[in-house]
Design a binder for this molecule. Structure first.
Ligand SMILES: [Fe+2]
Ligand SMILES: [Fe+2]
Length: 253
């Protein structure tokens, strides 16, 4: 599994792990993002249970398992959080697990013994060493209880399924970063049209994040945007016709 540095200043780092070569073809490729600040580590969307062994192997080359003090789940999907019981077996017993309040009872189906920190609708701040992380609301994008994580010091936004792309293996390059935005659109378009259902939510999210300084926008699937590609993505998403599933409902009558 590849490990890419998104931000690095002394002992303060943002890392993205992805493109695991051992991933079976029938599960979606995911990026596992990790914030390291001093002696503390936070996992953002640590992934499905199938990705746990390669993720553990790649992660422990960078940090110690006993440093993992926080885990964040952007929403309830299995590709986001079905690895929870496995992480809890190896991580410190007092590790904090942040879950959208409305999904806490559902995520407990993966791990009924986990003690969950419920994120309120408006989000919350988490301080971890020198890092001041802001959990921002991103409801209905795509889940009705959905959050992203912004770091104003690193200027990184972890955007969950927003910005996600399904990139076929033959189109992958060495880098986890978007290389050519216009040719990358083909891998994002169908996903955003179908998985993102609310134009009002999209517009509110664009309005919120446009006021943030973002050098790197890291989604949970596909490639990562940096520099001018962040702006290109926001412009593209703001104009996209989303909610494509509605067409089938009209046909189904
Ligand atoms: Fe999802
Ligand atoms: Fe996802």
């Amino acid at each position: 599994m590849k490990c890419t540095t998104l931000f690095h200043r002394e002992d303060y780092r943002w890392l993205a792990f992805g493109q695991d070569p051992s991933r079976p073809d029938n599960v979606i490729d995911t990026n596992q993002v990790v914030v390291v600040s001093g002696n503390s580590v936070m996992l953002l969307d640590p992934g499905g249970m199938e990705v746990f062994p390669p993720m553990m192997a790649a992660l422990t080359r960078e940090v110690r398992i006993d440093q993992i003090k926080h885990v964040f789940f952007s929403h309830q999907d299995p590709d986001v959080c079905s690895s929870l019981p496995l992480w809890r077996q190896v991580c410190p017993g007092d590790m904090k697990v942040y879950v959208p309040w409305m999904w806490a009872g559902f995520v407990s189906h993966f791990d009924r013994d986990a003690r969950l920190e419920k994120i309120p609708d408006e989000g919350m701040d988490v301080t971890m060493g020198d890092a001041r992380l802001r959990i921002l609301p991103a409801h209905y994008l795509h889940s009705p209880g959905n959050y992203h994580v912004y770091d104003p010091a690193a200027k990184v936004l972890f955007s969950g399924d927003v910005g996600a792309a399904l990139v076929p293996p033959q189109s992958r390059r060495d880098s986890l970063f978007v290389h050519d935005f216009s040719s990358h659109v083909q891998f994002m378009e169908a996903f955003h049209k179908r998985w993102m259902g609310s134009a009002r939510a999209r517009d509110a999210w664009i309005d919120m994040v446009s006021r943030l300084e973002i050098d790197v926008l890291a989604p949970q699937h596909g490639l990562i945007f940096r520099g001018d590609d962040v702006k290109r993505f926001l412009e593209w998403f703001s104009a996209l016709d989303i909610g494509s599933g509605l067409a089938a409902m009209r046909r189904g009558r």
